[in-house]
Design a protein around this ligand. Structure first.
Ligand SMILES: Nc1ncnc2c1ncn2[C@@H]1O[C@H](COP(=O)(O)OP(=O)(O)OP(=O)(O)O)[C@@H](O)[C@H]1O
Ligand SMILES: [Mg+2]
Length: 1108
């Protein structure tokens, strides 16, 4: 069940100032203080929220709080900024009313914090989803960016907004945010060049120098040291509780989320750096021949670096700081600037650069956050604008700011009254006129187009001739002298002639919030806001797209001789637009109050608060609100709250709520003039009536509590009694049961004893009778049994005889039938059965054979000789064939794994086998040796480089062989090279070619049958190579050499195949002689080596050790 609460519950003081009784400034302050001391920083005046700055974080902004205030009525819970945000958001979403939230208060009162709280509340309660969250994030992240560039530490606030901000958040029909538009008002640009004591420049300068990486600073030509820059005040450069470095990272991150491109961020930082550099440019006077002083730049280094940063030609800017060109009607006049004018120009440039950069940032953010759809939006505007300012020394800025506050006050009064009036009309209540101070007259004094102060100032600025702040004051003294809110010593109004609190160079305005003294010095200058055209043209010429964009008036193609609009004029126009915008929306007010000047928590400086209460017009606000009726409440909640005060409405009222309230009021005898019945609400004129109701309610609640207690106690005692009674019955029942059980047991056992005696007697009697009967029956049975036995045996004999006869008949019949059937079927059986049985048997045997073969298959190795034994003789042929097929198949499988090289090696081995197998005893030992071919690695070995390069063909075999000397049979080592075309013999040491025999000149090769390595290369008679005769050589790789030679012959198409003679005796042609080479088995004494000896002219004997 939902618990209905009210603002009136657990109130500290009064939550709504309208209920203050008696109403006076003192009681107002007392109530604020009381609440502030109890950490209640929010108080209502009707629907206006007063917010006291607590200067400490309170646990009242948690997600739980958001949930608590979500979708609750405004007066349902204790005052909170969330209640206002919720009310505004819900009436925007549900009633389609555009809203604006106006936050006012002096510097440091908590306006910016309040605006952020409102935005974060709305972000928390509105719709969710990827796209919506992105929009929310961008809207929220625009704050840190604008705060870095537009906020600064002042004596009044460490994070003071130095610009006015109005943000329109746009929602779709569901209440989901679509985007937003930000408008900025009058940045305090004078701060860029000069800061009051104890204050500092805009945060971004300090953030950049503390937080940027060394690399970034180097790129921007900056030092981390604040003291290096004239524009940065040093006395409060570091602010307690403000981490500039961390904030710099937050700002960069926020810029990224908002959608700034990396090069845009870089450009912005370059401009910030340029402003710092600009401040360091200093001037010195230089006398000219005509006696005047001309300014010159002292040290051009900063100017140079600044020009490099912004891509400006140094000489152009330098000239712009020394001369000023005035153009009038096709005429150009150049005058030199003195030192003071040069400093003025420098500062004007810095101020313009920075303020234009700030406006560009706002435009850029707007581009990112603007709503993407074109459908009609609902809008919630949040205005966080500088509050009323009264300093000791007030200048043009304060004048402008206070003017803005006058306008806001006016709109506040207008809208509050209008709302009040509208509510009365809506509710059908008679309207009573309310007296209030209308500040329209002050607004008129400032903004009137004919004789308003701003108009006078513009007129003075545009007037030809000498124009000074004094001439402006003179003008005011004549035009505004009669105005009742304008005061000046020299005005025609003689009242002030002797007012010494009013200096001659000042004028005073009686604002709605108090009197403010303005010093006219600087009014004309600040209103003109002049930037020499030479400077804007120099900026336009920059090779930097952002700078160019910021100074469009510097474009020589668009020279505009008209003066730019004055600062006052621009401000008036933008305030006018803002007011028109606000008037179309439903206003919600947050009035911020600063409790003390020390930025400290728990301190309530009464005089300071009193001052703010006065100038914010809060008392007036309460009076306006109370002028008609102090309190109003819808009928339902009113009846719900007070129904216990009347018997007829308690506990339930069945009819309409209004009638219930009427019954209630009549019953309570509240005087009729104290309240009125509206259409949906009851209006209570005096707070005391409400408090009377509340008091009665409190008493009644006490009585009710007593009643509830009484009933509860009665109920509790009765329940206790009933419980006891119930227990007693249960206990008694259990006891009775137990006693009866005992008694029953006794009776039962006595009965059993009596029963048992009786039964025993009866049983014995029966037994006797039965025994007699049994004996009689047994006698009869025995006689019958003997008789039946005789009968049965006689019958059995007869039946057995009969069965024997039947069986004999059946056997004879069966034999006869069998004989008949066999005779008939014998012919069929002989024709078919034999063949079928045979086929079946064969099939079965084959099946078994193949299945057996499958499981006993030998391995895939081609040299595996295993093969399962043949099971049946008749399968002999098949078995052998299968073995052959299997062997061929696995050979094929084995061969298919070979690479091309391996294949060639095997082919060579095969060829060697064909040539030598069973013919030469050396062959078996060569089988296991791989044919390496190039044993000398001739192409890699540097020793044979020359020899290798002399070969024009690929060397197929390179080895060292022995060339047998024909004279003594001794061997000389030679390099033997074989290519596709020739055989080459070369000196082993020098690598010099000794003989080269083209292969066509070889006719045959002779080798022995034994295990020696001798071979003779026989040459074609008559060929060029044959001149020296045949070669008798010996090699360890004889088999390989001969095989390769033979192979080349076999593959060459143009040659005959080389013959290989294998015999133990062959002839070798040495020059002219033919010598027989004979191989004999060596005697054991010759050892294991082969020896060759010349026996005679015709015989060379080679003894080969026996291999056996
Ligand atoms: N609700 C709050 N809870 C805690 N601290 C607060 C709250 N409101 C304001 N403050 C503190 O007061 C300081 C000043 O508040 P804020 O910057 O909002 O003032 P302001 O009214 O915007 O001033 P200015 O006009 O100078 O911009 C904040 O920095 C914060 O420390
Ligand atoms: Mg602020």
């Amino acid at each position: 069940m939902e618990v209905k609460t009210s603002l009136l519950d657990n109130m500290i003081g009064v939550g709504d100032m309208v209920l203050l009784e008696p109403l006076s400034e003192d009681s107002f302050l007392e109530n604020l203080k009381n609440r502030f001391d109890h950490s209640e920083i929010y108080t209502y005046i009707g629907s206006v929220v007063i917010s006291m700055n607590p200067y400490r974080s309170l646990p009242i902004y948690t997600p739980d709080k958001v949930e608590e205030y979500r979708n609750r009525n405004f007066y349902e819970l204790s005052p909170h900024i969330y209640a206002l945000a919720d009310e505004a958001y819900r009436s925007l979403r549900d009633q389609d009313k555009d809203q604006c939230i106006l936050i006012t208060g002096e510097s440091g009162a908590g306006k910016t914090e309040a605006s952020k709280l409102v935005m974060s509340y709305v972000a928390a309660v509105c719709g969710k989803g990827q796209e919506v969250n992105k929009v929310k994030e961008q809207l929220l992240q625009s704050n840190p960016v604008l705060e870095a560039f537009g906020n600064a530490k002042t004596v009044r606030n460490d994070n003071s907004s130095r610009f006015g901000k109005y943000m329109d958040i746009e929602f779709d029909f569901k209440g989901d945010p679509l985007g937003g538009v930000i408008s900025n008002y009058l940045l305090e640009k004078s701060r860029v060049v000069k800061q009051p004591r104890g204050e500092r420049n805009f945060h971004v300068f300090y953030q950049l120098l503390s937080g940027a990486s060394d690399d970034t600073l180097k790129k921007l030509k900056l030092y981390r040291d604040f003291s290096k820059y004239n524009y940065l005040s040093l006395d409060s450069a570091v602010v307690n509780g403000l981490d500039d470095a961390a904030n710099f990272r937050t700002v960069r991150n926020a810029m990224q989320i908002v959608g700034f491109m990396e090069d845009e961020v870089q450009s912005v930082l370059e401009l910030v750096a340029a402003v710092l550099k600009l401040g360091n440019i200093e001037f010195k006077p230089e006398s000219r021949c005509n006696g005047t002083d001309e300014s010159r730049i002292k040290d051009k280094n900063d100017l140079k670096e600044m020009c490099e940063l912004l891509g400006i030609e140094q000489s152009v800017l330098e000239r712009a700081f020394s001369y000023r060109t005035v153009e009038a009607k096709m005429e150009k006049v150049s005058t030199t600037l003195n030192v003071a004018q040069a400093y003025y120009a420098r500062d004007a440039l810095a101020k313009n650069l920075y303020s234009r950069l700030f406006s560009w940032l706002v435009t850029r953010i707007n581009e990112s956050i603007k709503a993407q759809t074109k459908t009609r939006h609902k809008v919630m505007g949040v205005l966080d604008i500088y509050g009323f300012e009264i300093f000791e020394d007030n200048s043009f800025e304060q004048f402008i700011i206070n003017y803005c506050n006058e306008k806001l006050q006016q709109i506040f009064i207008e809208l509050t009254l209008r709302e009040e009036q509208e509510e009365y009309v809506r509710e059908g209540i008679e309207w009573t006129n309310i007296e209030y101070f209308n500040n329209a007259i002050i607004c008129d004094l400032i903004e009137n187009n004919q004789n308003g102060i701003l108009a006078m100032l513009d007129e003075e600025c545009l007037r030809p001739g000498t124009v000074t702040d004094e001439t402006f004051l003179d003008k005011l003294n004549t035009v505004c002298a009669e105005h009742q809110h304008f005061e000046s010593r020299l005005s025609k109004n003689s009242k002030f002639l002797n007012d010494h609190s009013l200096p001659h160079s000042c004028f005073r305005i009686q604002h709605y919030a108090g009197k403010v003294l303005y010093r006219v010095e600087g009014f004309v200058d600040k209103n003109n806001d002049l930037l020499y055209r030479d400077l804007s043209q120099a900026m336009y010429k920059a090779n930097h797209s952002l700078i160019k964009q910021l100074f469009p008036e510097g474009n020589p193609a668009k020279v505009n001789l008209k003066r730019p609009p004055t600062a006052g004029f621009q401000f008036k126009a933008s305030v006018g637009t803002l007011m028109r915008n606000l008037q179309t929306k439903n206003p919600n007010y947050i009035r911020c109050i600063k409790p003390n000047d020390k930025k400290a928590s728990h301190i309530f400086t009464e005089s300071l608060v009193r001052h703010q209460v006065r100038y914010l017009g809060l008392m007036e606000n309460v009076r306006v609100r109370r002028a008609g009726y102090a309190f109003r409440q819808a009928y339902e909640p009113c009846l719900e709250r007070y129904k216990m005060l009347c018997k007829r409405t308690w506990p339930h009222w069945r009819g309409p709520a209004r009638e219930g309230v009427e019954v209630l009021m009549a019953d309570l005898q509240v005087p009729a003039e104290e309240f009125s019945y509206g259409r949906s609400k009851i209006f209570i004129r005096n707070p005391r009536t409400l408090f009377f109701l509340e008091e009665r309610r409190r008493q009644c609640l006490q009585d009710l509590a007593t009643l509830i207690q009484k009933i509860y106690r009665g109920w509790k005692c009765r329940s206790q009694f009933l419980l006891l009674k119930q227990s007693q019955i249960v206990v008694a029942a259990w006891y009775r049961r137990y006693a009866q059980q005992k008694k029953y047991q006794r009776i039962k056992s006595a009965t059993t004893v009596v029963q048992s005696y009786t039964r025993g007697w009866q049983a014995r009697k029966l037994l006797r009778e039965l025994k007699y009967q049994k004996r009689c029956e047994e006698a009869a049975t025995t006689i019958a049994a003997y008789w039946h036995g005789t009968q049965a045996r006689r019958e059995l004999r007869r039946l057995k005889e009969e069965a024997r006869r039947k069986h004999a008949v059946a056997v004879i019949w069966a034999y006869w039938q069998g004989l008949k059937v066999r005779r008939e079927y014998r012919k069929y059986f002989r024709a078919n059965a034999g063949k079928k049985i045979y086929d079946f048997t064969i099939q079965r045997i084959l099946q078994k054979y193949f299945l057996g073969l499958k499981s006993t298959m030998p391995s895939m190795s081609p040299i595996d000789k295993n093969w399962p034994a043949r099971p049946y003789l008749f399968l002999d042929g098949t078995h052998t064939e299968l073995r052959r097929i299997f062997h061929l198949w696995r050979c094929k499988k084995y061969r298919s794994q070979f690479t091309e090289e391996k294949k060639a090696v095997y082919e060579e081995k095969l060829e060697a086998s064909e040539i030598f197998k069973d013919k030469k005893a050396l062959y078996p030992s060569s089988v296991s040796q791989p044919f390496k071919g190039d044993y000398l690695e001739i192409s890699k070995n540097p020793k044979y480089q020359k020899l290798s390069s002399a070969m024009d063909e690929k060397v197929l075999l390179a080895d060292v062989v022995n060339k047998i000397n024909r004279a003594n049979g001794k061997g000389t080592a030679r390099i033997f090279l074989l290519t596709k075309k020739s055989v080459v013999l070369a000196d082993q040491k020098t690598g010099q070619v000794k003989a080269s025999v083209p292969l066509p000149d070889l006719t045959s090769v002779s080798v022995s049958t034994q295990s020696d390595g001798f071979f003779a290369l026989k040459l074609k008679e008559g060929s060029a190579s044959a001149v020296k005769g045949d070669f008798l050589l010996s090699s360890e790789h004889l088999i390989e050499i001969i095989t390769k030679l033979h192979r080349i012959g076999a593959t060459a198409a143009d040659r005959e195949q080389l013959n290989v003679d294998i015999s133990d005796e062959f002839l070798v042609q040495f020059k002219q002689d033919k010598v027989c080479v004979k191989f004999i088995q060596g005697a054991p004494k010759n050892g294991n080596s082969v020896s060759c000896k010349r026996k005679n002219n015709r015989l060379l004997e080679v003894s080969v050790p026996s291999t056996a």
